[in-house]
Design a protein around this ligand. Sequence first.
Ligand SMILES: Cc1cc2nc3c(=O)[nH]c(=O)nc-3n(C[C@H](O)[C@H](O)[C@H](O)COP(=O)(O)O)c2cc1C
Length: 340
Amino acid sequence: MKRILFLLAFVSLTFLPLASCSADPLPLDPEEKEEHEKEQEQGKKEKPEKTGSRTLLVWYSFTGNSAAIAAALRSHITVDALEIKPAIEGLDYSANNYAIGSSLIAAIRGNPSEASSYPTIKEVEIEFDEYDTVIIVTPLWWSQMAAPMQSFLFRYGGDMAGKTIGLIVTSASSGISGVEQDAKRLIPQGNILAESLWIRSAEVSDAPGLTSAWYDRLFTSNNDNTSMKVTITAGGKAFTADIEDSETGRAFLDKLPLTLDMSELNGNEKYCYGLSLPRNDRHFDRLEAGDLMLYSGNCIVLFYGAAGGYSYTRIGKITDTAGLASSLGSGNVSVKFERH
Ligand SMILES: Cc1cc2nc3c(=O)[nH]c(=O)nc-3n(C[C@H](O)[C@H](O)[C@H](O)COP(=O)(O)O)c2cc1C
């Protein structure tokens, strides 16, 4: 009996403190706890994929059409991008003759000014100051904007005051005027562009052409009709680049035409110091072939392979990079930049 008691005492003294030590971290004081919870909460929030662009693309998609449309636009232009996701995953909005989708739309129609009418979406964190333009890609549900995108705009439409808003809507066949009305109601102070883009489900395979034509028509020409495109010629081949409608982009256009003797670096970029332009640097995790960047305010960099990790200001981007690497070659190269 004595031996058993001794064993029990030994086990409790030896292992219990250890067990409680690993289960209970040191208690945090209330301030630390709040900070810790905030960090955890922020970690869970969906944030835009950053490129340094002043345009934010936001999409919601149930069956993949809006996702394909957003991807098509992203292959044409460099934008920050964020997918809106319902808080409850895996719901089938079209089952039982669209029962869930219909009831979500009916709830919003019944009381559009009440937050509880809108389905919950995953928390997002967006620095709206970083954007001048927001492009929204959404499906149509019962002639209205799909409910999860309405939830997003109900919460953040006020933060889009004064921003340029582009709207792309996909439906099976219904016209999109109800969705345009929803956008006006939910972003009352936004400069919503008059020409929305409507892509029917059957046309989604044409999304690359439809989205790039729409975008170029609405966004890439200045009010004074000056083209924001340049031709870049190297190794006898010409490429077209879209120049950012920014202080840096416009200052670059003012310097054209220009021929730069560009040096080779790292097997993925050509660079040339000596042209000073206004800078607004950001850190870029990833750059790709075709990115035309300003480094340290006085160095033009043209990427022909993937790179990243430094701060730049974007000047523009070559839209079709096929043949770019071979035209630039492996050494130093003369590159001509001229207006389209
Ligand atoms: C709940 C629900 C309601 C819909 N209502 C309509 C409608 O009234 N008219 C229409 O033409 N298409 C309607 N659709 C079809 C979608 O608008 C169309 O398939 C769209 O391309 C889907 O985009 P997504 O794949 O990004 O979700 C509806 C789809 C769902 C899920």
